[in-house]
Design a binder for this molecule. Sequence first.
Ligand code: EPZ
Length: 429
Amino acid sequence: MDRIRITGGGPLEGTIPISGAKNATLPLMIASLLTSDTLTLKNVPNLADVGLLARILGNHGVDLTIAGKRPGQRSGEGDTMHLTARDIVDTTAPYEMVSRMRASFWVLGPLLAREGQACVSLPGGCAIGTRPVDLHLEGLTKLGAQIELESGYVHAKAPKGLAGGRITFPKVSVGATHNVLMAAVLAKGETVIENAAREPEVSDVAQCLVKMGAKIEGIGTSTLTIQGVDELSGAVHPVLPDRIETGTYAMAVAATGGDVLLDNARPDLLESALDVLSGAGVELTVTNRGLRVVRNGARLAPVDVETEPFPGFPTDLQAQLMALMARADGQSRIRETIFENRFMHVQELARLGADIELEGDTALVTGVNTLHGAQVMATDLRASVSLVIAGLVAEGETVINRVYHLDRGFEQIEQKLTNCGAQIERLAA
Ligand code: EPZ
């Protein structure tokens, strides 16, 4: 398994291009199941999760090609993806696939809406918590689906098609909102989804569905009203820039010091995180190209943050913030309210010298003067990148094991950081 070696200490200077958002790309690709026409996605990041989902969709009958080669890339690495699901050849999503990527469970709603049936494996366990799918199933049941659980599979049927309904989610769920929204666009009549997730990636998918002919009102709010249509057509849609990648690199610069332009970033998609950073003493400027992040000299002030659904501080930036606050001037309090076990990075950050105490869902991070390089293990995607941030500021050499997690969600991370002066390299297995 590949490892990453970082020699920390220097500031970051230069420009980092922000890629298309992983968490929008995945459901957008799944939306291609809703039409027999071609859906063209632009600004698609080249990530392991995108490749895996491409294979899963291929099993269902989606014909997928990638074009638009970018400078310096090999063939097959372009950023334009054409997806055509002329015929659905298989409505089963097997365990071997769904267990490797939770988002693939979201094929359930579209397959059910288009084919009247679907059989999808329950997603496997996950390092960040139990992550049930009860909200997905309750939502689809409200649209008339008959659902049975058998041998680890969800068997869903709607022999006469889905019908609109009113769904009030008791808890905000990004995945359940995607799943029910993608089913409702082809259901007969009106569906109202209350307490829908407002994450920008949900809105991006909704906007793409509208281009495909769906009728959706309330995009960007917590109430989505959908008038079902008989069929959808193809569309061309650019994936929105990745706000989590943006926040991650902003925190990397805040940690090392320096001056970096995050090119193509959309600062309006991560205001809560940027407020936290500027409150801590990071200089942020919105430019016509993106976001400029500057930090010179002084140590950052500690923060008091709770993760929340959008527009609150994202759970997907919690680990990175903890790495940043490991060297702040005082004690930070970081509370995780979305996932119950998203603290796997704590013991790894401690190996680098971070002083972090866990009290239930809250981490108390007391800033230290110096972190020291060490061998560490990546446990999930965002935890891995928090170790990269810590490694960039630690004195000496840090080696991160199991970096395949990073490849799931960060496009060309070594190149992007090397271009800004970081000493980071991949050690092939
Ligand atoms: C999405 O996961 C993201 N994944 C996650 O990003 C992100 O952390 C999460 O939303 C929260 O923002 C993708 O977009 C591919 P949820 P999802 O359903 O949809 C509970 C990353 O690193 N819940 O919003 O799976 C659940 O246990 C990943 O890129 C139920 O109780 O998350 C959690 O506590 C990791 N029942 C909360 O809701 C359900 O049926 C929010 O989960 C569904 C969820």
